[in-house]
Ligand binder design. Sequence first.
Ligand code: PZK
Length: 310
Amino acid sequence: MVAVTQPAAPSAAPDDLDDAAPPYPLLSRGKVRSLYDLGDGTLAMVASDRISAYDVVLDTTIPDKGAMLTQLSLWWFDQLADLAPNHVVSALPPPGAPASWAGRTMVVRRLDMVGVECVARGWLTAGGLASYRETGSICGIELPPGLTEASRLPEPLFTPTTKAAVGDHDEPMTYGEVARLVGPELAASLRELTLAVYSRAAETAAQRGILLADTKIEIGRDTDGTLVLADELLTPDSSRFWPADGWAPGRVQPSFDKQYVRNWLTSPASGWDRGSDAPPPPLPEEVVARTRDRYVQAYERLTGSAWTAR
Ligand code: PZK
């Protein structure tokens, strides 16, 4: 068992989860989600309405974001149930949970988590692009010359990374490094499952006008070693979704969910200096409303169901 350190709460962030103290011990806290130990071999994963941009958690929350991402994960777990089992035990908050947890909570089986971040990419951007520009390869996989920002890759790639502590950046690993870390059999299974999840999800998203540029999935093992899909799955926080219309290689694609936030934060109107240590200013109401609408659209386009706040 690895020691779990609790990062400090984002400074002065309105904490939409802590309006009532939950009657469970906190096991782990991420930038925008918390994990509680229910003590019976299950955990409660609670998604907040907090949003991060440019690696910082903002002071402004996006109403219903946590519930939308939780419901989207649950939908994907169902869609992919034939590929692998998942960790979901219940979509209802556990007994005694604060009322604010409704809709944003999943009770999950406690698993032995694999110590590798399983990433799949179908399009080239961000860290993958930086690696390609430096070395012509990603995670040791040689790529053809001539690729650029947002290029479609010749085929989806398994591009695993190390699991860094909160606030640190994950480092790319070669497949050989994964095999040395977890053993060749598990490495092969991780690659196979990651690519199967990515391919199915990318196909589903494409039918709905959304490109799934990349995604990070978390895999655990149950007591008999069966691989189980865990964490959040195929949400805008774990994946890059791009609007398919208007996609063109050679320029940075607008983010499906965070583009209004990024545009405003980097505009003169925000007065924020990204390079400084200063926290970003609160988002204007209109940016919040538009961003919320993008999460609603992502939920509705992917699932084909209307978002009704719960
Ligand atoms: C687990 N995280 C990431 C950190 C979060 C999530 N089913 C599981 N069993 C054991 N451990 C985990 C899971 C899952 N999922 C997931 N860390 C451990 C994480 C912080 C907050 F919501």
